[in-house]
Every structure is written in structure tokens, then in C-alpha cells.
Design a protein around this ligand. Structure first.
Ligand code: NDP
Length: 496
């Protein structure tokens, strides 16, 4: 309530002082969070400016582009490459369905690359139109904060523009991080991986997270030899252990060489390619080495500390639960705050920001039941708690239901790859705490399951839901027998 009064008070001030500022809101960064916040704020009647660097469709040197990482050098181009890569195995599978593919299948990397780039250019145009249709003024240049209500935009020709704003929103995202090993400049990050001129013949990937697993799948699917190195026993730390093992098995079966508990120690340029040395003393030659070792907040070059905006030790902008920084007129959303680094989360944070500041409706982003997907081939998708998290947080029994089956499509195609599904349930309340699936269409299926979990669905309600037959998804409503019951007594009671 106090917070509401505070926001109302500020709104009144905004109205009184409107004339003193060039903008009600100036957004630095036109990615998912920034564009959403700008548009929604403008729809509430705010006068909004936004700045972003123009992007070069081929070069990955300039970090920028309206649409941001997701559209320009993240989710969208990656997913296009995943679709492209998945056709390889689909075409193989088609043979047992009667398709005669007599001629040697040929894959044209440059064609896929151009199609991908065309789509990015199209989406970049759509995002620009979304801004102009909402009445948001776009400035193409690099922004920085020069005071609590003052921004400066440096255009590509060096011209500097200064504007005052009642509120400033930092939405500058994150950028790929390279580990400090000798020869690291010979490797690439996902930025370059999305625009490689030639498809690698032999790729080395370092990392066990989303990007590592996804690019390993893409390149392998397109025919490259791939070696995947990661520090833990299994990839995808933080996901359900059982599902991590399923992903690892699938990657291996599809021909990716996994090197668990192994790091790279040096890269050296040779006549035959890049010589990669590992901490186990192995050496191999690759034509591409991808560092997929995480991303860091894009908070440098914004002059934040000089104006008193506090950062944490990773460089992330510190914000309260309404996305407000240590300077009351400055706010931040998306990866630059390093809360939950996913596009839909940045969209949620941008929406809540606009509601709070211009919609007279203080709104906190809700991080519960955020579903996500790793677009490996086949994909993994999850929502809610993993088995390990449920055990950690529960005080009482946790029931685990699993289903491992051969998808119907594989029975004819002959592909040896099981789909695995899992539900984690609180035995006392019967509430479904978490769901996971690794198999074709997992992300498409999981979105609906996320709605059920957000509504607090119980296992009994899952069971009373009629399935869609024949589908893989129907397994989620037919898992009758408990695979295991885990007693987690003695921990403080938490409300699951
Ligand atoms: P992640 O944080 O997911 O994974 C980073 C990986 O790099 C981990 O396996 C980590 O190992 C490893 N690593 C970190 N430092 C080193 C090092 N010095 N040497 C060796 N290995 C190292 O990062 P990504 O780069 O994959 O993705 C970045 C972000 O982008 C993620 O936060 C994700 O949210 C988002 N993203 C989401 C996607 C989606 O929704 N499908 C797709 C792609 C990205 P360890 O586990 O041992 O720490």
C-alpha cells in the first residue's frame, strides 16, 4: 500500500513536472525487455524515447539492433538453425515411411544462413514498426547515463545528443563471456556461431549450458563432428539430474562426443586448424571452437557507477522487486539485472515496469512456474521444481512419476530414442510441483503444463484430464504408478 502511495505520488509529480523533461521515459536498449517497456509505457500515455545501435546483418562486431539478442543473435536465429539441423534426421526417418531418397542428400549452409539473415532483417523491421506505431521515438546510437535524469546518445557518426527524462530504463541485456585461457581469441562465441561463413567440419564446444548443448546439436545435425567439453559429470547444471542424463544420452547417441569433467587449457593456431588441449592432456584439431561459457550483464560503458547506480560483483544492475535501481529515477529490466535470463522473463519485467510507473498499478514480476526449454535435438523442457529442488524444499513425502517410452513415430522409423517425462508431486497436498520432458515437441507441450502448474493443479486433476490420443502429450495425464516416494522430513516447512 505504501508502495502504491509512493507511485501515485510520483505520478502526480510526473504530471506536474512533465514540461521540464524531454521524455517521461528514456530506454537504453531496444531488446525484448526495453521494447516491451517502451511500447507499454507509451500506451499508458507516456512520452518515450529509446536508443539502440543499428546492427549489421552479417558482421557480429557491432552489438546492437532493435529486437536485441533474442531476435538478432539469440533465440530466433538459433531456432531457425535448430529447425534446419533437425531435417537431417527427419529425412533419414522418412525412409521407413516410404520416402525414397535415392540421390545423395546435399545440404547448403549458405542458403540456410541467408534465409536466417533475411528473417532477422524482417523481424528487425517489425520491431522498429512496433515502436513507431506506439509513438516511441527511436534514436540509433549508443546510450549512456550522465545524470539521474539525463541521457546521452552517441550516434555512429560521433554526434552526441542529450535528453532529459523523468525516468530512465536500462535494458541493455548481456554479452557472451570467454574464459581466460591462452589462445581464447581463436575461439568464437554464439554471436559469431550464428553467422559462420562455412559449416564447421569439426567443432569443439566448451560449456554445458543451454548454448553449448544447442550448438552441439545444430552442428551435429548438419553433419559436423562435434566434441562437447563441460566441467560437471552431466551437462545442464540446475536442471533435473535424471533429465540431464537423458539429454546426455541422446546427444551421445546422435554422435556427439561428450567429455565430462574436462576443461580446455589452451588453443593454438596450426596449419591444420586450431589445436585444442584439455586439462586431461588430450589434444585435438578443430576448425571451430565455441565458448558457450555463460554471459555477463552489459553494464559497462553506461556510466552507471558514476551516477550512483549500484552493480553487484558480476556487473549486474541491482534492482528492487519493482526493477528500481539505487537511483529512484533509474530502473532496469532483463539480462542486465541477471535475475532469470530468459526473453519471456524480460518481457514480464518490462510489462511490470510500465504498469508500475505509468499504469498506476504497482506490479512485481512473478518468477514462479517460469517454463523453459533447451533446444537440443530432441529438446528438453521443464516447469516448476526439479526432483532435487523438491526434495530440498519439501518437508514431507515427494512422489515422483516417470514415463519412458518409444514415441509412436519411432516405431516405424526405427529411431532408437526414448522420450522421457516426469512429474514431481507433493504427497500431502497432491500438488504437482514440477514437470519435465525430453523428447520431440517438449516445449510445445510444456507451455500448457505451465498453465496447469500456475493454476496450482493437483495430480488428481492431471489424472482426471482426458488425453489426446495418440500423442506423446497424453502420457502427462496417464502416469498412474509412483516411480518412487522420497521422504524429506526434518527440513523447515515450506509452502510448496
Ligand atoms: P549457462 O549459464 O547456461 O551455462 C554456462 C556453462 O558454461 C556452464 O555449463 C558452466 O559450467 C560453463 N562454464 C562457465 N565458465 C566456464 C569456464 N571458465 N570454463 C569452462 N566452463 C565454464 O550459459 P550459456 O552461455 O549456455 O547461456 C547464457 C544464458 O542465455 C543462460 O543464462 C540462458 O538463460 C540463456 N539462454 C537461454 C536459452 C533458451 O531459453 N533456450 C538458449 C540460450 C541461452 P558449470 O555448470 O560447471 O558452471
Amino acid at each position: 500500500m505504501a508502495r502504491k502511495m509512493l507511485v501515485d505520488e510520483e505520478m502526480n509529480q510526473t504530471n506536474q513536472e512533465e514540461a521540464h523533461y524531454d521524455f517521461d521515459l528514456f530506454v537504453i536498449g531496444a531488446g525484448s525487455g526495453g521494447v516491451r517497456a517502451a511500447r507499454f509505457s507509451a500506451n499508458y500515455g507516456a512520452k518515450v524515447g529509446i536508443c539502440e545501435l543499428p546492427f549489421h546483418p552479417i558482421s557480429s562486431e557491432v552489438i546492437g539492433g532493435v529486437g536485441g539478442t533474442c531476435v538478432i543473435r539469440g533465440c530466433v536465429p538459433k531456432k531457425i538453425l535448430v529447425y534446419g539441423a533437425a531435417f537431417g534426421s527427419e529425412l533419414e526417418d522418412a525412409r521407413n515411411y516410404g520416402w525414397e531418397l535415392n540421390e545423395k542428400l546435399d545440404f547448403n549452409w549458405k542458403k540456410l544462413l541467408h534465409k536466417k539473415t533475411d528473417e532477422i532483417i524482417r523481424l528487425n523491421g517489425i520491431y522498429k514498426r512496433l515502436l513507431s506505431n506506439a509513438g516511441v521515438k527511436l534514436f540509433e546510437g549508443e546510450g549512456k547515463i550522465v545524470g539521474p535524469n539525463e541521457v546521452e546518445v552517441t550516434q555512429l557518426d560521433g554526434t552526441k545528443l542529450s535528453y532529459s527524462a523523468k525516468h530512465i530504463l536500462i535494458a541493455t541485456g548481456s554479452r557472451a563471456h570467454r574464459p581466460p585461457i591462452p589462445g581464447q581469441e581463436l575461439g568464437i562465441t554464439s554471436d559469431e556461431a550464428l553467422s559462420l561463413e562455412d559449416l564447421p567440419k569439426h567443432a569443439v564446444v566448451l560449456g554445458g549450458g543451454y548454448i553449448a548443448v544447442e550448438f552441439a546439436s545444430i552442428w551435429r545435425g548438419l553433419g559436423a563432428n562435434v566434441d562437447l567439453f563441460f566441467r560437471k559429470e552431466l551437462p545442464l547444471r540446475g536442471f533435473d539430474d535424471e533429465m540431464r542424463a537423458v539429454v546426455a544420452r541422446n546427444l551421445e547417441r546422435r554422435g556427439i562426443n561428450l567429455h565430462p569433467q574436462t576443461n580446455l587449457t589452451e588453443l593454438i593456431k596450426t596449419d591444420n586448424g586450431i589445436k585444442v588441449t584439455t586439462d586431461h592432456g588430450e589434444e585435438l584439431i578443430a576448425d571451430v571452437v565455441l565458448f558457450a561459457t555463460g554471459r555477463l550483464p552489459n553494464s559497462k560503458r553506461l556510466n552507471l557507477e558514476a551516477v550512483g547506480v549500484e552493480l553487484d560483483n558480476t556487473g549486474a544492475v541491482k534492482v528492487d522487486e519493482y526493477s528500481r535501481t539505487s537511483i529512484p529515477s533509474v530502473w532496469a529490466v532483463g539480462d542486465v539485472t541477471n535475475r532469470m535470463n530468459l526473453t519471456p522473463v524480460a518481457l514480464m519485467e518490462g510489462t511490470c515496469f510500465a504498469k508500475t510507473v505509468f499504469g498506476k498499478e504497482p506490479s512485481k514480476p512473478d518468477y514462479s512456474h517460469v517454463p523453459c526449454a533447451v533446444f537440443s535435438i530432441p529438446p528438453l523442457s521443464v516447469v516448476g521444481l526439479s526432483e532435487e529442488q523438491a526434495i530440498e524444499q519439501a518437508n514431507g513425502d515427494v512422489l515422483v512419476f516417470t514415463s519412458t517410452f518409444n514415441p509412436m513415430k519411432n516405431t516405424v522409423s526405427g529411431r532408437q530414442e526414448k522420450t522421457v517425462m516426469k512429474l514431481v508431486v507433493d504427497a500431502e497436498t497432491d500438488k504437482v510441483l514440477g514437470a519435465s520432458m525430453c523428447g520431440p515437441d517438449a516445449p510445445e507441450i510444456m507451455q500448457g503444463i505451465a498453465v496447469a502448474l500456475q493454476c496450482g493443479a493437483t495430480k488428481a486433476q492431471f489424472d482426471s484430464t482426458v488425453g489426446i490420443h495418440p500423442s506423446a502429450a497424453e502420457e502427462f495425464v496417464t502416469m498412474r504408478s509412483v516411480s518412487r516416494r522420497i521422504t524429506c522430513r526434518g527440513k523447515p516447512k515450506t509452502n510448496l
